[in-house]
Design a protein around this ligand. Structure first.
Ligand code: SF4
Length: 544
């Protein structure tokens, strides 16, 4: 049996998030008898430098190295692959992840020996066996993998190959995936106190999406939607609770309520087993699937506290242009049903499309302001042109923007953590679609206004809110200083605020512990209103 190491570079994201893909594949290989180590750099307690990651790889001394790429970590991952290939040319390098769906050739050109283009479960054992049998010889490696479907590689002549079939087999029965063994990860970097277990309570129990929203790479991915069964999810929850003390489950499904049958069955089983007294849930769904009154009541009774609705736009023009038309009545009905059942409803506004104008953007804001009183939170995002979508493919000037070093620097700052900033500021600065000055000003107004509003709203419903105003003011003051020092130099910001950022994160987690309160029966754990950055920002990250 072999030593296999998987690495996922910093996302970047403000939210600690353990790679589900590496967790599943790592667990499969571990269960087969391999020694597996997964280093995930997406924790807020530490950010490993490239040199530190190289040292960790050296210490583990793997027989095979695997890297998980999402568009945002591609640049840093390619740097790592380059260093690894220089230092250990005999170790075969495997690359996979969502970025590989469209950019598989790019990874091979950056020295990955083999790329998994799509999902890995169906081929991982054959592929790993083949890659381990190469004896340090490129020709043998190519011969070993050439019959495996759904991969790509360069042969010894430098000719690019895609495995026998362009589209590899995907796992149709998701219940075959193992429960993730999180012990394989650098778990100590994620779990410092009890409530950090919230980061292990993330379950992706659905893959694919039937809808064609044109800004979303998910709509271009595998069309066939697959779900885990209710029994599988409940078994997984029990496992996470017994092994890691998880009591808050967040579903990463694109549309949790898409299958009415599964939603009904899941809720029914949760209530039958009184699991709503032990767990709280949050999920996201698409308003196209329309949450009925009965369904909303059932979700609430089963312990769902937050539901995020992917609305994106409210003007008729905007909805049609993003290919996500939903009637105003349907949107309002879903919001009303959820809210009247006592569930917190969040949503988002997506701006910055090539066709956006000042007038259209401001009209969206006006309409979102109208529904705002019914929502716990509206977050504004600026569209990120993702490979595989028309907003990337139709704009050659954007080619490989994610490999530009200057692009992600604001991400890992204190002010970014405070305001849960994603790529917005960088994208606005980049102005990829050459918007006019007045359109950019309108986008800025909405985006930055939303950041501040969202930040303030997080504590709006807290008891004794007055007590939070002083630390909150101080927090914002530090965020301002962080921003100013970042303007001077990102290195300066990192030196001044690196430790403070970790402290803030730790305090935030402790604070969340207080807000996830015990109910009167002493057993039931509930999320009380809006709780700290933790759940809120996790939900924010999953908006679709
Ligand atoms: S935005 Fe949501 S509903 Fe639309 S394609 Fe993406 S995952 Fe599906």
């Amino acid at each position: 049996m072999a030593k296999i190491m998987f690495v996922r570079e910093f996302g970047p994201s403000n939210i600690p998030y353990l790679s589900q893909a590496l967790g599943i594949l790592g667990t499969m290989l571990f269960d087969k008898g391999h020694e597996v180590s997964i280093l995930d750099n997406n924790t807020n307690y530490i950010r490993y430098s490239t040199r530190q990651i190289m040292r960790r790889i050296d210490e583990f001394s793997p027989d095979l190295l695997g890297f998980n790429l999402n568009t945002f970590n591609a640049r840093k991952t390619y740097q790592l692959i380059d260093l690894a290939k220089k230092k250990w040319p005999h170790i075969p390098v495997l690359a996979g992840g969502i970025h590989m769906k469209y950019c598989h050739k790019e990874a091979v050109e950056h020295q990955a020996d083999v790329v998994v283009i799509n999902e890995g479960e169906c081929i991982i054992h054959d592929l790993v066996d083949a890659m381990l049998n190469h004896g340090g010889n490129k020709k043998t490696l190519v011969n070993s993998v050439e019959d495996i479907p759904g991969i790509s590689y360069l042969d010894t002549e430098g000719v690019y190959h895609i495995g026998p079939q362009e589209s590899q087999p995907v796992l149709m029965d998701l219940d075959q995936t193992p429960f993730i063994n999180y012990d394989l990860f650098n778990l100590n970097d994620f779990i410092k106190i009890k409530n950090d277990s919230i980061y292990l309570g993330f379950i992706v129990a659905q893959r694919g999406c039937p809808y064609p929203c044109n800004f979303c790479s998910e709509s271009y991915l595998i069309g066939n939607v697959r779900d885990n069964s209710a029994d599988y999810i409940i078994g997984y929850m029990d496992y996470l609770n017994n092994k890691y003390g998880v009591t808050v489950i967040g579903f990463g499904d694109n549309n949790f309520t898409l299958s009415k049958k599964r939603t009904d069955e899941f809720c029914q089983k949760i209530q039958e087993r009184n699991l709503n007294k032990k767990f709280s849930f949050y999920c996201q769904t698409n308003v196209k699937t329309n949450v009925t009154k009965d369904q909303a009541g059932m979700l609430k009774k089963s312990g769902f506290e937050h539901v995020s609705l992917g609305i994106e736009r409210l003007t008729e023009e905007g909805k049609n242009l993003v290919n996500k038309y939903i009637s105003p009545e349907k949107i309002q009905e879903s919001i009303t049903n959820l809210k009247s059942s006592g569930i917190n409803v969040n949503s988002n506004l997506l701006v910055g499309f090539p066709w956006d104008t000042k007038e259209l953007v401001l009209e969206e804001k006006r309409l979102f302001d109208q529904i705002a009183p019914s929502l716990s939170q509206i977050q504004s995002h600026v569209i990120v042109p993702m490979p595989g979508t028309e907003y990337y493919d139709d704009h050659p000037v954007l080619k490989e923007w994610y490999l530009d070093e200057s692009f992600f620097k604001a991400y890992d700052t204190y002010f970014s953590q405070v305001l849960v900033v994603y790529l917005g500021p960088d994208i606005i600065k980049m102005n990829p679609f050459n918007h006019s000055r007045e359109t950019i000003d309108a986008i800025k107004k909405i985006y930055y206004g939303s950041l501040i509003n969202t930040y303030l709203k997080r504590t709006e419903k807290f008891n004794y809110r007055i007590l939070f105003l002083i630390p909150q003011g101080f927090d914002l003051f530090l965020a301002g200083l962080s921003f100013l020092s970042y303007k001077i130099s990102d290195r300066l910001e990192s030196v001044l605020f690196g430790k403070l950022k970790q402290l803030r994160f730790l305090l935030g987690t402790k604070f969340a512990v207080k807000k996830i309160v015990e109910n009167t029966d002493g057993k039931q754990m509930k999320i009380e209103n809006l709780i700290s950055d933790k759940v809120e920002s996790t939900i924010g990250a999953n908006f679709h």
